[in-house]
Write a protein that binds this ligand. Structure first.
Ligand SMILES: [Zn+2]
Length: 482
């Protein structure tokens, strides 16, 4: 989801066809790029029973040396390469993996292939989220890890997929270590996290957690007028099945989501991996500025009721209020009617995204922006409607789980910097934030050297991705293994 605008550079460099900045193309940890797209070999591990014992994978040539003296670089690289072309726009280099589209289906097929290649039991829950199980899904106290595969319009390669790929790679790493699982483990792909198509973020996890009703979900429509139920049905999913899934969530003992950082805190601290402390409260508000359509060439300035001017004043006010409060406020989407070059608009509809470290600050910022908009609207004879479309309160991740993870990562041999793993808050929402109301939840972040996200220039170095895999494996081993 949207990251804080924390002063990161917006001047993205040239982007390679796979979405990485050119000139920094990562290669396999052993310095090679495997030429054959060989899937991970299935083996004879049990996929049922809470106590699924994993045999270590035999090391391959590609697993020798490099940052994957841990062995995780190779499987990570193979998965990354297979996933990279799916849903990528050739012209922008960005991803268009919207919920319930063909690109989404391709990503889901990729997930199923990875699950089956590892002997995991793959299922789709009533809300369209994918689960790949090692061990008995019904046994309870499961350790679940994963993220999402969908994207914002022209999104980057890492937001979401890094967590899913790292989850499978962490499982590979644990098997390589010969870890003995005493709890069921699942890798997940939550559906429609970005809300790029139907406008509501984290739809899959919100439905499961009972934070989005079936009735409201059924009313959601995309930009073409297709309803969510129509889109689901066209993709082969029963839209009448969606709704709260408390029994499923009750069987989860801990959920850990690894995600690329959407800011520069780790880059500034010099750490490849961090732990999340909290997600800022955030929401989306729609501002409808109504004026009067008229001829751009014949209407005197004094006679106009131009909502674009009031919208522009409101954008400036949003920036000012956010700066004063140390918060974030962004108008990033706008529609204009009639949207003609030579027409004064009759309607300007702008969407405000605002986030702050605490609720009181966020309330102050949004109230200040709305007050400024109403003042300007009144003076200019513009009608104004403000509607809050979505809101997520502050998420404090479970302290016990967070402390346990911090301890696990601090105890392990010095694989990264040898320093304690930093704990940081974020302005971006995630499925982990939604689930935290129902399940003990934690997040790991992987360094993003530019902080750029939701852009084809989004990037993480492969060494850091592998460090993330190792950290996640350590965490999962602590939670799920003997
Ligand atoms: Zn994400």
């Amino acid at each position: 989801m949207t990251a804080p605008a924390d002063g990161r550079s917006s001047g993205a460099g040239p982007v390679a066809p796979d979405g990485r900045p050119s000139g920094t193309e990562p290669v396999a940890p052993d310095g090679s790029r495997p030429s054959a797209a060989a899937p991970v070999a299935p083996d004879s591990r049990s996929s049922s029973g809470a106590e699924a014992t994993a045999a270590p994978r035999p090391a391959t040539a590609a697993q020798a040396g490099g940052p994957s003296s841990h062995g995780s670089g190779s499987s990570f690289h193979e998965m990354w390469r297979d996933l990279a072309p799916l849903g990528r726009d050739a012209r922008s280099g960005g991803y268009r993996r919207y919920a319930w589209t063909a690109a989404d289906a391709d990503c889901r097929a990729w997930f199923r292939t990875q699950a089956e290649a590892r002997g995991l039991t793959c299922e789709v829950d009533r809300n369209g989220n994918q689960w790949a199980w090692l061990g008995d899904p019904l046994a309870g106290d499961a350790v679940v890890t994963g993220s999402h595969l969908d994207s914002v319009p022209d999104g980057g390669a890492f937001d979401g997929p890094l967590g899913v790929v790292s989850s499978f790679a962490a499982l590979d790493e644990l098997r390589r270590r010969g870890a003995e699982f005493v709890k069921p483990l699942a890798v997940t792909n939550f559906g429609d996290e970005e809300g790029a198509r139907f406008g509501l973020a984290c739809a899959g996890s919100r439905l499961a957690a009972g934070q989005l009703s079936r009735e409201r979900a059924h009313r959601l429509r995309d930009g073409d007028g297709t309803s969510l139920p129509q889109a689901m049905a066209a993709a082969g999913h029963d839209p009448d099945a969606i709704g709260p899934d408390p029994e499923r969530l009750a069987r989860i003992g801990a959920f850990v989501e690894l995600h690329v950082e959407q800011g520069r805190a780790l880059d500034l601290s010099g750490d490849p991996v961090g732990i999340a402390s909290a997600i800022w409260p955030h929401g989306r508000w729609r501002f409808d500025f109504g004026g009067e359509a008229n001829h751009a060439g014949t209407t005197r300035l004094a006679d106009r009721r131009d909502p674009m001017l009031t919208y522009a004043e409101t954008v400036l006010a949003a920036r000012r209020e956010a700066e004063l409060a140390g918060a974030l406020a962004t108008f990033g989407k706008i529609t204009v009617e009639p949207n003609g070059v030579n027409a004064i608009p009759s309607l300007v509809r702008g969407w405000l995204d605002s986030r702050a470290a605490d609720q009181a600050t966020l309330d102050t910022v949004v109230a200040g922006i709305e007050r400024a908009a109403r003042d300007h609207a009144q003076r200019a004879g513009i009608d104004l409607d403000v509607v809050r479309e979505s809101f997520t309160p502050v998420v404090e991740f479970a302290h016990t789980l967070r402390d346990e993870i911090a301890e696990t990562l601090a105890r392990r041999p010095s694989r990264d910097t040898g320093r304690a793993v930093p704990v940081l808050s974020t302005g971006a929402g995630h499925d982990a934030g939604i689930l935290s109301a129902s399940v003990p939840t934690a997040m790991l972040f992987v360094r993003n050297p530019t902080g750029i996200s939701h852009s084809p220039a989004e990037y993480a170095a492969e060494d850091d991705c592998v460090a993330g895999v190792i950290a996640l494996a350590d965490v999962l081993e602590g939670l799920a293994c003997r």
